[in-house]
Design a protein around this ligand. Structure first.
Ligand code: UDP
Ligand code: MG
Length: 313
């Protein structure tokens, strides 16, 4: 019989976890003739009782496993830890807040069993319940990244997906420190089927994202999956050299023909400000790539595990 691993990153989710467990076990019961399950809760350094809840669930249900981090490492690290801990033939990643409908797991599994696809992923087609400003910038972001990155980043794609063991093993081969999973899932290739659904609101707890965090995350994904900004820096440099060259010619010709009344101090200041601004901007771009390279070469672990269901205290 097949085994399905359900990976659930959790950060301060003591309220949502029992509700999620309830729902996902219903799905497992419904599918018990087809597949067995393991549920892996990844406690991402929560400050509330998430770990206690995970311990409790694993005491009463042998299918529940958990991995608990020594501090908060972020959802990307949580997903990676889950994938590494998973033992199933099919592996799903789900949010604990029920924004990813557990009922879809069966449909996903049936699709994969047909043998055509390696992955069934989900994308939101509506952004109901989200601030309009955020939706606007999200749309803009997807347009931009897909222009400048060779890896397709699907608009509205969620992390909720079911994958085959083979695909997960490929994902685990990517050892990078700065992980942007939406890009990694797409980079490894394989056949993905997209299921579409409307945005569902959280059942309990609060979102861990705000506009600023999302903005930084989007910058990180651009650095991780595109080197076009570096080219932009060089192109701007060339452009400004050209402009300067033309200006020099104009000034030489003007001085030797009509003479040179000393004027133009304000325009000079403007030019200096503009050019130095652009220089700093380009240095910033290079700095972004340098800092990511710096973090990669340090080869720090992506997460540190403090406790699992096997080392429970
Ligand atoms: N999460 C995590 N570590 C973090 C932030 C979030 O493991 O540092 C988990 C969180 O518990 C949830 C999932 O990632 O299961 C998605 O988070 P959230 O619902 O806050 O994001 P949203 O759905 O609002 O994009
Ligand atoms: Mg959510």
């Amino acid at each position: 019989m097949d085994k399905i691993s359900i990976i659930v990153p959790c950060y301060n989710e003591e309220e949502a976890m029992p509700i999620f467990y309830e729902e996902i076990t219903k799905v497992a019961d419904k599918m018990k003739k087809k597949a067995e399950f393991e549920f892996i809760f990844v406690n991402d350094g929560s400050r509330d009782n998430t770990l206690e809840v995970a311990r409790g669930l694993s005491d009463k249900d042998k299918r529940v496993r958990y991995v608990s981090f020594s501090r908060n490492f972020g959802k990307e690290a949580g997903m990676l830890a889950g994938l590494e801990a998973s033992r199933g033939d099919f592996i799903a990643i789900m949010d604990v807040d029920l924004q990813d409908p557990p009922a879809l797991v069966e449909e996903m599994y049936d699709t994969l069993k047909e043998g055509v696809y390696d992955c069934v992923a989900t994308r939101r087609v509506s952004r109901d319940g989200e601030p309009p400003v955020r939706s606007f910038f999200a749309e803009l972001y997807y347009k931009l990244i897909n222009k400048i990155s060779k890896t397709e980043i699907v608009n509205g794609a969620r992390d909720f997906r079911l994958m085959t063991r083979q695909m997960v093993d490929s994902i685990l081969e990517l050892r990078e420190y700065n992980r942007f999973s939406k890009g990694i899932f797409s980079w490894v290739g394989y056949n993905t089927k997209w299921l579409e659904y409307k945005n569902v609101e959280r059942v309990a707890g609060t979102t861990k994202w705000n506009f600023w965090k999302l903005f930084l995350y989007s910058l990180e994904s651009i650095v991780a999956f595109s080197t076009v900004p570096l080219a932009v820096a060089s192109i701007l440099g060339i452009l400004f050299c050209l402009i300067a060259f033309i200006m020099i010619l104009v000034i030489i010709i003007k001085t030797s023909t009509v003479g040179d009344p000393v004027a133009g101090w304000p325009s000079l200041v403007c030019i200096i400000l503009l050019v130095s601004g652009i220089q700093l901007f380009c240095m910033g771009i290079i700095g972004q790539y340098l800092s990511k390279t710096y973090l990669e070469v340090k080869k720090r672990p992506v997460y540190i595990i403090k406790e699992t269901e096997e080392t429970k205290r």
